[in-house]
Design a protein around this ligand. Structure first.
Ligand SMILES: Nc1ncnc2c1ncn2[C@@H]1O[C@H](COP(=O)(O)OP(=O)(O)OP(=O)(O)O)[C@@H](O)[C@H]1O
Ligand SMILES: [Mg+2]
Length: 283
């Protein structure tokens, strides 16, 4: 694990600056139904620092969404701790805003501007005038100024995701939680959205926890990547991916990292298949 530790000689305020914004330690998450218990993640640990683009990467069912639900405060760990700014997460709060994969996360009877203003008003975070100003600023940042009075049904999938991102960011949360926000988009739109998200990050340096099961997306969007094993999710590795954007996609280093992660994700399965084939051949 490559958590950044304060080094000797730093002042106390430096040490605070180097302490994690989000600290997830040995977290086991479970769903309990009347019939059985499903373990979604097993003793997962990671630290997210200010302005990290931290990606959770792993196969379907490895507990990525469950981890986001835990961080969002919708689900309590059965073991381990989750802390934001040193405080245990025990409920949802506007300091953690979520963007989902689904296009229907907007209120259909409200315009783009009203949708973006809505959580700021209902949470009491700002008064109407400030909410409107902030909303217009973030609508502009996601290039939707011309559509601010449109209703969701008049927008494409990519535009709806931009509204959801603007709505979450206008709340100025400590951390933006994104659960495969681009997975339901066509390849070209997805790529454009990744570029726009990175541009937005360049502008405002927010902190995000981004879930995907695409290796390429993880490398492009992420500054750090936590690779999770199949169900129940455990940490396989934590990697740096600061240096990669779309421009590097054709480069050998990008290909090498993709291959390395691919091997991590699929090596076990390949070994298992080889063993079972060998068993069948001898049987
Ligand atoms: N509400 C629930 N009740 C019971 N089990 C659940 C529930 N939600 C998720 N699970 C189980 O927990 C495990 C982890 O699910 P989770 O949705 O976190 O995975 P994921 O990595 O987000 O998968 P995907 O990539 O398909 O979205 C899975 O085995 C899933 O079946
Ligand atoms: Mg999921």
């Amino acid at each position: 694990m490559t958590a950044i530790q304060p080094v000797d000689g730093l002042s106390k305020s430096d040490a605070v600056a180097h302490s994690p914004l989000l600290s997830v330690k040995d977290v086991t998450l479970q769903y309990k139904t009347r019939e059985h218990i499903v373990t979604a993640t097993y003793r997962v640990s990671f630290d997210v620092f200010q302005a990290d683009r931290f990606v959770l990467l792993g196969p379907s069912g490895c507990g990525k969404s469950s981890l986001l639900k835990g961080v969002a405060g919708f689900m309590a760990p059965v073991e381990g701790t989750m802390k934001l700014n040193g405080r245990t997460i025990d409920r949802p709060s506007p300091d953690r805003m979520m963007v989902f994969q689904e296009f229907d996360q907007l209120l259909p009877w409200k315009t783009v501007l009203q949708n973006v203003m809505f959580p700021m008003l209902t949470s009491g975070r700002c008064k109407r005038k400030e909410a409107r100003e902030r909303a217009l600023r973030f609508i502009d940042k996601v290039n939707l100024t011309k559509f601010r009075d449109a209703y969701p049904h008049m927008l494409s999938g990519g535009m709806k995701q931009r509204v959801a991102i603007a709505r979450a960011m206008a709340m100025e949360p400590d951390i933006l939680l994104m659960d495969e926000p681009f997975a339901a988009l066509d390849a070209l739109t997805r790529r454009k959205m990744q570029e726009e998200l990175l541009q937005l990050w360049e502008d405002t340096r927010f902190t995000m926890l981004f879930v995907t099961h695409s290796i390429e997306e993880a490398i492009i969007v992420g500054s750090r990547i936590l690779v999770l094993s199949p169900h129940p999710g455990r940490v396989k590795a934590e990697l740096n991916a600061h240096q990669f954007s779309h421009a590097e996609q054709g480069r050998p280093e990008f290909g090498a990292l993709t291959q390395r992660i691919h091997n991590m994700l699929f090596a076990e399965r390949i070994e298992e298949e080889a063993l079972s084939k060998a068993g069948a051949a001898h049987g």
